[in-house]
Structures are given as C-alpha cells and as structure tokens.
Design a binder for this molecule. Structure first.
Ligand SMILES: *Cc1c(COP(=O)(O)O)cnc(C)c1O
Length: 387
C-alpha cells in the first residue's frame, strides 16, 4: 500500500536540496561557530549565510534574525522577553482565543507572573476583528500577539491592521508566523511585526530549528543564559547544520512559492469539491476567511474525528483531527469552539494539509477513502441519520 501524507501543517518532509545543505554542514563543517580557528570560521560562515538567506526571504536585516530551537521557543522568547523587559508592575497583553498552545500556555504562565491578559474572540469565519483588539487596549498594553495563519483552519488574520492599532497605542506587535512561513509571502517591511516567529520543520527542514525576527531597537530579556551567542538573546552552541537547512529552505521558498501555492490551491479545491460531492452533511470550516492555500478543515456530522483519522490511517492516509499537539486528548479543538462550532461538530472535524509531495492522484484516492470511511462510521453511529 502506497501511503499519502496530508499532514504538512504538523511536519513537512525535507526537500532533497535542504537535506543536502544539512548533510553538507554535518560532513564538512564540524567546528563550533564560536571558535576562532579555521574550522570554527567555516561553521560561522555557514551560520551567517543561513541568516542572510532567511533575511532575504523575509525582507529584513540579517542582524534581526535570532536562531532558536523552533516555533515554541520563538513564541516563548517573544512573550517572556518583552513582558520581563518592561518596567511597569502589571503590564497588559492582548492575544486571541485561537492561538497555538505555544502562545496560549505561555500566556497562562505570564498570568501567574502578574501579567493581565485579554483573549479576544474570533468570528464564525475564524478571524480576529481588529476593532475588538482596539477596544481591548489599556494604558498598560505593552504587547499584542496574534498568529499570522491558524494551524487548524488556515485562516489568515488581518495582521497589518492589527499592527497599526498596536503601534498607534505605543504597544509592540508579535506575530506567530509558523504556519504562514513558506506558504504565503511574508515580508517584515509589510506585516508591521516587531517580532515574528518561524519554525523550520513546518517548512521542510529537520525538526529542532526555528527563528525569531526581532526588529532593530526592540529589547528582549533572554530566557537562556550562557555564552554570547545570537546577539546575547539565545545562549548555546548554534545548531549550524539545521540553521543551514533553514537557510536553504528559505532560498527554495523564494524560488518556488508562487507556483507551489497555485498548485496547492488547485489540489485543495479539488479535494474540497470532491469530498463535498461524495459525502453528505459535511462542510468546510472557516471557508469565508482568506486561507492558506494548502489547508482545509472539514466537519463530518455524526462522526468522531479521531475514529476517522484511524480509519484513514488504515487506508494509508495521514491526516489530523484538531491540532497535532492536542491529538490523543479528547477535548474538541479550542479553535473550532472559539468560532462557535458545537462541541460535536468540532469533534467531527478533520484537517487536511497539503504540501509539495501531494499529487492529484493522491487527492482523488483520498476523496474515495474519506467517502467510504464516512459511510462506514455513520452506519455504526447510533445517532446519525441522513438528512
Ligand atoms: C507548530 C506550531 C508552533 C510550534 O512550533 P514548533 O517548531 O513545533 O515548536 C507554533 N505556532 C504554530 C501556529 C504552529 O503551527
């Protein structure tokens, strides 16, 4: 059985060019980038080349890129880094109800450290309304943190409008850009971000590398102390092979993004049309929002999402119910609940996220598999009846 992978928002396969950049550094640059000898300098050059490649894609200065271990660390560094830096005694942070746990759980910890937090709601299309963010501002608001694109629905948030609101109020703006990076154009001279988190493995690198864009002039308190790596913001010997992979991935994204996103948008359309014509009583969540081209989130009334994931897995397809981070937990997705879906409908929803390896043939086989799994599971359901 030939498997087909439809879970690129959880982890995306490493492209051959990226693997080559990664292994070339492992093989040829064994030094520590802090050492002054030849081998250290080779490693340092590879690290700085990667930083330039990422900065070129993001349209920022290489000095504004800080390497981290991934999206979670970037989000933590942005939030803790700003909130621990500000001199006021009870600072205020605004975020949304649909953030990734890397932001939401960090916020929960900040609340224990006397930070006041407002979680603004989203509409039924999965979008945060800039005017509710403006309404939540207080004189103590120091930071607004909103994701660029949601990992479960793909809904793209109005980040530019939110940036203007933040800056007019004298607050900083952090964007969790983990899902947007590599899927839509992302430019630091356009988003208005003061801080922007990215992760490698969601964009085709090995796991364990990410970066935080820190706009010139923005001061952060580090979370990890030690040597003076990464402008003193992130101590620890740099993961040069993985950084080189992220740099190569950025260059690849720059070359291929327009064609790749058009191709994925077509495949996603084919998948949505196919499922909606083959399966009764289903629908696309957040379809009214601007969305990432590769992501679709679909509810199947009367079906338990986890059961569908297992059924499709047995047929050779990897898909996700809710976010990967909460898979295994029985709670329905906090993102879909925040959009106003009933707990039953939220639990019945699946995420299909496409990527470079997917083909039209795989999509057609997936449609057939979804239709047969849905029919099978509904026959077993004591409550489901065709309307
Ligand atoms: C995956 C993800 C993260 C966490 O990134 P890791 O590199 O896995 O730590 C943060 N935010 C969003 C939106 C994500 O999808």
């Amino acid at each position: 059985m030939e498997r087909a992978y439809f879970d690129h928002n959880a982890a995306s396969p490493v492209a051959p060019e990226v693997l080559e950049a990664f292994t070339a550094v492992l093989r040829d640059a064994p030094g520590n980038a802090s050492s002054i000898h030849h081998d250290g300098q080779i490693a340092k050059q590879r690290l700085e080349m990667a930083r330039r490649q990422i900065a070129a894609l993001l349209h920022c200065d290489p000095k504004e890129i800080v390497f981290t271990s991934g999206g979670t660390e970037s989000d933590n560094l942005a939030l803790f880094g700003i909130l621990r830096e500000v001199p006021i005694s009870r600072p205020h942070l605004i975020t949304t109800a649909i953030e990734h746990p890397a932001v939401l759980r960090t916020c929960a910890q900040l609340e224990r450290e006397a930070v006041a937090i407002t979680y603004v709601p989203v509409n039924s299309g999965g979008l945060a309304d800039p005017s509710s963010i403006r309404a939540a501002l207080t004189p103590e608001t120091v930071l607004i943190s909103v994701m660029h694109a949601n990992n479960e629905t793909g809904a793209i948030q109005p980040v530019q409008a939110i940036a203007e609101i933040a800056h007019a109020a004298g607050a900083l703006f952090h964007i969790d850009g983990v899902q947007a990076f590599g899927k839509i154009p992302v430019r630091m001279d356009e988003t208005g971000a003061d801080l922007y988190s990215i992760s490698g493995h969601k964009a085709g690198t090995p796991k364990g590398i990410g970066a935080l864009f820190v706009r010139k002039g923005v001061h952060l308190t580090p979370m990890i102390f030690g040597g003076r790596h990464e402008h003193g913001l992130r101590a620890g010997t740099e993961n040069v092979p993985a950084a080189a992979a992220l740099g190569r991935a950025a260059a690849l994204i720059e070359e291929t993004l327009p064609a790749a996103s058009a191709r994925l948008r077509d495949l996603r359309g084919r998948l949505e049309r196919g499922i909606r014509s083959e399966v009764p009583n289903c629908g696309v969540n957040a379809h009214t929002a601007p969305r990432l081209p590769n992501t679709t989130n679909i509810y199947f009334d009367g079906i338990e999402g986890e059961a569908m994931v297992i059924s499709l897995d047995l047929k050779g397809f990897s898909v996700s119910s809710g976010s990967a981070c909460s898979s295994g937990a029985v709670e329905p997705s906090h993102v879909l609940l925040a959009m106003g879906l009933s707990p039953e409908r939220a639990r019945s929803s699946l995420r299909f996220s496409l990527g470079p390896t997917n083909t039209a043939d795989q999509v057609d086989r997936l449609i057939a598999a979804v239709a047969s799994s849905a029919a099978q599971l509904r026959r077993l359901s004591p409550t489901y009846s065709e309307r």
